[in-house]
Structures are given as C-alpha cells and as structure tokens.
Ligand binder design. Structure first.
Ligand SMILES: *Cc1c(COP(=O)(O)O)cnc(C)c1O
Length: 426
C-alpha cells in the first residue's frame, strides 16, 4: 500500500537499494519530480542545475521534445521485438547514422544495454577473435585507475577500488599500464614493450583522453597514440571505451577523433541514447567481424541480451545523433567550451586550484586544501553545491563540470559562482 502522507524520499527507504551507496551512512535520497533542459526539479519544487548531465547522458537537455516526440511515435508502431532472426527500421537507420560519425575504420555494430555490457562485449570480441584465429592470447591490458563498468569482465579491467575490491580473486587476467601524461611517455612505452615480450596479450582497453571515474584525469594524446601503434604492431586489439567521452563531450564526436591510431573496437553508451533510454553499442572493424564469420557455428559471437536493439532506444539514439550534427548543437558545444575557457582563465590565479584542465565541455580541477581540516571534504562540497541549487558530484577533491550542451549562459554563471563561493569557504 502506498503511504501517501509520506514524501517520496521517506517511502523510498522501505524497499529500495540504491547503487554505489552505503545505506547506513548515506542520508535520504532526494526525490526528483521533473526535468527540463539543464534543470532538475525536486518534489518540493526546488530547482538544480544538472552540472553533470545526469552522469553524462542527457547532453541535449532533459525531456528534449524532438526526441520524446519521435520515441512516442515509434512506441505506437513497434515497441519491442527479438533481434535474432528479425531486424527493424530504427536499428538499421541507427547503424547507418552511427557509421557516418564513427572513425572510418568502424564497420559493424553489436547492440547491448549499458556501458558495462558494451565493454564486456568488447573484451569478449578481443578474446574470441584470437581464440577463433588459433592464437594463444588470454591476457588483457588496461590502464591503472581506469573504469569500465561493474560486470565481471568490466570490473577485471577497471582499477582496484571499493567498487570491485571484494571480487578480485574472480577476475580475468589483466596487466596494468600507467597512464601516459607527457613526461612519462617513454617510460610507459618501454614498460609496455616489456609486458608484450613476456605475455600473450589479446586486447588493450582504455578510456581515450579522459578517465572519467578516476576523476576526469587526462591522458596524453601522443603517448596514447604511441601505445596504440605498438599494440597494432603486435596484433593486440585496441578497445576504446568511449562510454563517457563519446558524442561531442571532448569537442569532437569521439575522443578517438583526436588520435591518429584508430581503435579496432569502440564501446558506446550513456549519451548514445540522449539520456532517454538505456542502450549500448560495441562497434568493430571488418577484420574483427571476419574472425567470427565462418561455416562453424561456434565461431560466432554467442552473446545476446533480451532487449538487444530495442526500437525505442534506437529511435532515441537516432534522434540524438541528428541533434548532435545540427548547427545549433555544434554551436552550443563551442559556446560552452568558450565559456569554460574564460572561467578557467580566472581560476588559473586561484591558489587553491590545482591541475586545472579542460577538453571540450569538460572542465576539472583539484581543490588543494588540507582534506583533514574539513572531515569528508567531498560530501561537504556536494552539500554546498546542492544547497545552492547546483548538482555537481565531486570525486574526492576533484571538482568537474560536464553539463548538457543546451545549458544557458546564466545557468553556467550560476555554476561558476557557486564554485567561487566554495573556493572561499573551504
Ligand atoms: C559509466 C561508464 C561505464 C559503465 O557504464 P554503465 O552504463 O554504468 O554500466 C563504462 N565505461 C566508462 C568509461 C564509463 O564512464
């Protein structure tokens, strides 16, 4: 029975178990009733600027009418159908649109449900590719501190943390490489040469240019290009996890567009469906696909999720790509970029601001204060922003902005001034 005299936040506590939450020490969950553009509205009517585009999904704004109308129309026509033995217009149209904007070497698309399954499939493609070709390659390579999701393969290639520590003994075999940041490029490269000489590596998974969950850490593009080149020379398949970086956030459609070495496999989710519905795509080259193309049934990729290529999610993704390519959205991205650059110029002179960095609409820095002085600084920062109607989720002492592209200039100013006040307060 609903208890209508209680708030949604109160009713929530009875049956719901939230992600990434220690319920004993966390407070009440905030009930969000509505969202529009860059604004979230809670059950009491208080507004918050969505400074992280709801985990990097709603980049064209919440409840975007162009997208919701197309999905509503599709909903009346075909809701869901098996994608094994069947196909449909939204999936085919999406494949054509995606191939247009993906790096040119990408040719085949495999659908799934979320970022973790996208990387899980990328890992399985790399392992089975070598298995099918008769190569003895069972080890994977990943960056330290990377994050690729919460399923077992994805956890295995992610850096160790509270997220995956309890499952360590069940992991796949993974070798780790430090992230190239410029001055260490040569060292990282010779470490990689050593690893290649001593191991049979099947694939290398990485977040291109920006490691999201690690705290928006930047990767040196030249260093990464050299790693990818070496991988290619040794038939190690490269798997670009663009789940966070994809669809315009770095200022280009994909972070891989900044690199000269193109990946064999690309993982996409989050903004793929514009924040409307969950879906993911793992794309690959013709060469990867051909290793599975055979008279032998067992050489196929026997992986499949029930909601594979759901027509509604495909429609949302197709509408999202149309928006991304529009002149209006491209100028929004440039406007947010320029606004961040201006603000970064001001922040540069702040003593407490460390490692200031920007790429596209992503702006991040570390707050250089004695963490102990403030107890749990991260939670205090979070509360400061929320009280001021700004939804930012600092990662430790890293403050970052990744707002929807449609955020207005006054809304951007409100985020900046709230950060300014945090710099005074802490
Ligand atoms: C969020 C994220 C994932 C996991 O995606 P989910 O949809 O949360 O499973 C994987 N890789 C990267 C880089 C991410 O940012």
């Amino acid at each position: 029975m609903n208890n209508q005299d209680q708030t949604i936040s109160q009713r929530d506590k009875k049956h719901l178990w939230h992600p990434l939450t220690q319920h004993k020490t966390s407070g009440e969950m905030l009930a969000i009733a509505k969202a529009k553009g860059a604004i979230l509205i809670d059950e009491d009517g208080k507004e918050y600027i969505d400074g992280i585009a709801s985990w990097y999904t709603a980049v064209y704004g919440h409840c975007n009418e162009m997208i919701t109308q197309k999905v509503a129309a599709q909903m009346q026509k075909l809701d869901q159908v098996v994608f094994s033995g069947f196909t449909h217009e939204p999936a085919v149209a999406l494949s054509e649109a995606l191939i247009q904007i993906l790096p040119q070497n990408q040719e085949k698309l495999f659908f799934s449900d979320n970022g973790s399954t996208a990387t899980e499939i990328g890992i399985k493609m790399a392992l089975q590719y070598h298995h099918n070709l008769g190569n003895d390659r069972k080890v994977l390579l990943a960056f330290e501190e990377g994050f690729h999701g919460d399923t077992f393969g994805a956890m295995s290639v992610s850096g160790l943390s509270v997220y995956n520590g309890a499952f360590e003994e069940h992991f796949l075999k993974v070798l780790r490489l430090p992230v190239p940041v410029g001055e260490n490029n040569q060292k990282v490269l010779s470490q990689l040469q050593g690893l290649i000489a001593e191991n049979n590596i099947a694939g290398f998974i990485y977040e291109p240019l920006v490691q999201g969950a690690a705290g928006m850490k930047f990767v040196d593009a030249d260093g990464l290009d050299q790693i990818l080149k070496l991988c290619k020379q040794h038939q190690i398949l490269s798997i670009a996890d663009e789940v966070m970086t994809g669809f315009g956030k770095t200022g280009k459609n994909f972070a891989s567009d900044y690199l000269s070495e193109k990946p064999d496999i690309i993982c996409m989710s989050k903004a793929l469906t514009a924040g409307l519905l969950p879906m993911a795509v793992t794309s690959c080259t013709r060469a990867v696909f051909e290793a599975f193309y055979s008279e032998e049934i067992s050489k196929g990729l026997f992986h499949g999720h029930t909601y594979t290529a759901n027509p509604l999610a495909c429609t949302a993704a197709l509408a999202g790509i149309e928006l991304l390519q529009s002149a209006e959205m491209q100028s929004n991205i440039k406007r947010v970029e320029a606004s961040h650059r201006n603000y970064a110029n001001k922040l540069k002179n702040e003593l407490k601001v460390k490692n200031l960095r920007q790429l596209g609409v992503i702006l991040a820095f570390e707050l250089d204060v004695e963490m102990e002085r403030y107890g749990n600084l991260r939670n205090k920062l979070y509360s400061h922003f929320m009280e001021e109607g700004v939804f930012l989720r600092p990662l430790g002492n890293t403050i970052y902005i990744l707002a929807p592209y449609v955020i207005t200039d006054p809304q951007l100013e409100r985020i900046y001034s709230s950060i300014d006040r945090a710099l005074k307060k802490f």
